[in-house]
Design a protein around this ligand. Structure first.
Ligand code: NAD
Ligand code: ZN
Length: 261
């Protein structure tokens, strides 16, 4: 005879499968669907997020203190020593099943694009074409004084050769990465992403705690909201569907459900 625990586990599995099927239906019936991703979609690629208990970067440093514009201007040496190794590791990561699943949904005509808070470039690496990187990326940097642009590799090779902070070849100004730091204004991609969401029927939020503004206000712009996340978010109660689980597994199960029908 089955015990209460086994019954409960069996019930949860059925409930999970029903949610996956419901999501597959929503996707098929939506004319304009976007994904909004956060650091949680990349944890399975080995990049720690900010807020997961125990492993999140937030538990080690206060990002507002170490990854802000004022921290860079006040003490660029410490800014680079604290942040650059993390960012170098981000660029070594490979996409996981969730990134690839979003690229496939776009190829199949089921997804209009991905709005990401991540700077790791993994959506582009997975083959997604329409990607708005609203917090910037790690491909380039520029001089704080003259604005001259350089590659990320140029900045890293200066750092590795002992030039900390890395500086501009032209005017010797300090270089900064093209990522949106705390206290920075949002970049152009945020404006474009906000506009693109006009007429959005369905927004899939994947791996974001939805606590960083103004991105956390984007779910206001969709008719239907689905949240795929391990932890809870302030939007859960307003979402049409919440699937608590690992992004890689949930997205793999979603593709399997779409393929079955
Ligand atoms: P966050 O750390 O605030 O939240 C991440 C959420 O993802 C958490 O709620 C957690 O429960 C969930 N999560 C963790 N692993 C998951 C998994 N495998 N599957 C499903 N959910 C999972 O992240 P945020 O909302 O993106 O905000 C943090 C800010 O940090 C962003 O602005 C982002 O730019 C920056 N950031 C980026 C990276 C990156 O580029 N990969 C990494 C760390 C932080
Ligand atoms: Zn310069």
């Amino acid at each position: 005879m089955k015990g209460i625990k086994e019954f409960a586990e069996g019930g949860e599995k059925v409930y999970y499968q029903q949610k996956i099927l419901a999501l597959a239906n929503m996707l098929r019936n939506s004319k304009r669907t976007f994904a909004l991703t956060g650091a949680g979609i990349s944890t399975e690629s080995g990049i720690p997020d900010f807020r997961s208990p125990g492993t999140g970067l937030w538990t080690k440093h206060d990002p507002i203190k170490v990854a802000s514009v004022s921290a860079l201007l006040r003490d660029p040496v410490t800014f680079y020593k604290v942040n650059l190794e993390h960012w170098i590791n981000f660029t070594k990561a490979r996409p996981n099943a969730a990134h690839y699943a979003l690229a496939r949904l776009e190829r199949d005509g089921l997804l209009a694009g991905v709005i990401t808070q991540n700077i790791d470039g993994l959506h582009l690496a997975a083959g997604s074409q329409k990607v708005w990187e609203v917090h910037g990326h790690l491909r380039t940097c520029h001089c704080l004084d003259c604005g001259e642009s350089y590659s990320f590799d140029h900045l890293v090779s200066q750092y590795r050769a002992g030039t900390v902070p890395p500086i501009c070849d032209r005017c010797r100004g300090v270089l900064r990465l093209d990522v949106v730091l705390f206290e920075d204004p949002m970049g152009e991609d945020f404006l474009h992403a906000t506009r693109a969401l006009t007429g959005c029927n369905l927004l899939l939020v994947i791996g974001s705690s939805l606590q960083v503004y103004p991105v956390a206000s984007l779910p206001e712009r969709t008719r239907q909201l689905v949240i795929i996340n391990e932890g809870h978010t302030p939007w859960d109660l307003r979402a049409n569907l919440v699937i608590n689980g690992k992004a890689g597994q949930v997205m793999t199960d979603l593709l399997a459900a779409l393929d079955r029908e």
